[in-house]
Design a protein around this ligand. Sequence first.
Ligand code: GLY
Length: 574
Amino acid sequence: MQKKLLLSFIFPVLLFSCNSTRKNANRPVSINPYQYTIQKRVTAANGAVVSAHALASKTGVNILKKGGNAFDAAIATQFALAVVYPNAGNLGGGGFLVGRRSNGELIAIDYREKAPGNAHRDMYVEADGTARTDKSQDGHLASGVPGTVSGLFESMKYAKLPVKDLIQPAIDLAEKGFAISEREAKALNSLQDELKRYNSMMPAFVKTLPWKTGDTLVQTDLANSLKRIRDRGAAGFYEGETARLIVEEMKRGGGIISYDDLKNYKAKLRAPHTFYYKGYQVVGMPMPSSGGVLLHQMMKMIEERNIASMGFHSLQAVQLMTEVQKRAFADRGEYMGDADHYKVPVDLITSEVYLRDKMKNYVPGKATPGTEIKPGFLQRTESEETTHLSVIDKEGNAVAVTTTLNNSYGSRTVVGGGGFFLNDEMDDFSIKPGVPNMYGAIGGEANSIKPGKRMLSSMTPTLVLKDNKPYLVVGTPGGTTIPTQIFQTLVNILEFNMSTTDAVYKPKFHHQWVPDTLQVEKGFPQPVWKGLEKMGYILHQRSGIGRTEIIKILPDGKFEAVADTRGDDAAEGY
Ligand code: GLY
């Protein structure tokens, strides 16, 4: 299946800047999938794409150059990510898109997975009350009905080019293969045992000798799945051969996704969750993602507190931001879930009176004891894999998309003959009140399992508009850390006036209330750490938090695209 490259793989090079006025720069370029570099920052006049993989970002920019708009580019980038970034790019998962059209219309597309028709509230609870998180997190029973392909075709309504143009680059990458990076090789090597455990038909990712940097990953089954989508549209996935392969895979592994579940899956167009912060309009994802509402709550709880005067990473600012993170997250488990199935009191929990009241027991210089904030969450640190892409074009379309399989490589089950991973999104439901999911989040009725219901998410694809025009396009993976990262990135730019690169790259922190631990990245300032401990906080250093992908519109109208240095992420523009 795989061949070792004779061509040398160019190890990711951090390139900062790009000259968008080069001769021929506006023509699509042929992409060499065996030799590519990674640019971390680009300024461009015509359009930009930033995503988790250089080949996907380059694919998106080629589509812009071909005359596609930001929606076209976002679709092509997602198809490419399904090939070159199998840990989170996907056909077998779901996602959310927040977009601004050139005519000013704001849209949100919900392609979150759904609980299958045969799912039920206690499907992961044994007779003696034991909660089987192993089954909600790995293997066939962990999968919700995939939403991505339906979401991509819902997005097609805003695109200009035919789907065959948008999907062909992904087909080529799957069929001819691409060179994997060191990070990808390591991830695949660490996955081998689980792939063997959760698959009866060995996928292209399984290899006898260890994967090495520059090896070519060829995915023939996935190429064929993509071709069926190219030829038959969404029905090429939800019906016919691919549906048969999914259902057969379910039968082999004790999963419950049926033909009807697949045929009936429909992405939903929703009204975005919007709010104003000091004159900026923030446009986010509504339920079933908690992201937009949590961001709203956190931003509003700091708005009147002059955080700019405290300074970036000052003891005062970090303490204030930690306390608002705790308060927002305390509401998540209690109130938030799929609003089509549970009445979520969005207006109430984002109202000024409510948020002011929540901050009444905030004391600068002192950690608010956990007992004084409504219980909400426990926390374990696990893989937080999801992926985000930000896209902008010169017509004024801006698109923020976050998609996921949930865990890295989802359920670790690849559809036999289909070549794509299935999600383990069922774990994002509250499988039993009080039992934490893989991100430590607990919940209750609002997020209980019900057939056809969408599980609560934290994904926070976000647009910030200034004078009704795009100003920031941003998002990140990271499970429950997603909303707190976007919160910090926005505060860094809007309040601390930081450069886009600093706003993304500087160490981040995360608190989701219980246990009472502030997670911080390496490089978090030691004096602030010590000061917070004196105030009563417990701190814990952890691995990198998320991978933020952002585009900022500069005063001269150019686009500054910045990719996170925490991964292989890449910015492209022209
Ligand atoms: N699966 C991660 C999320 O949706 O928040």
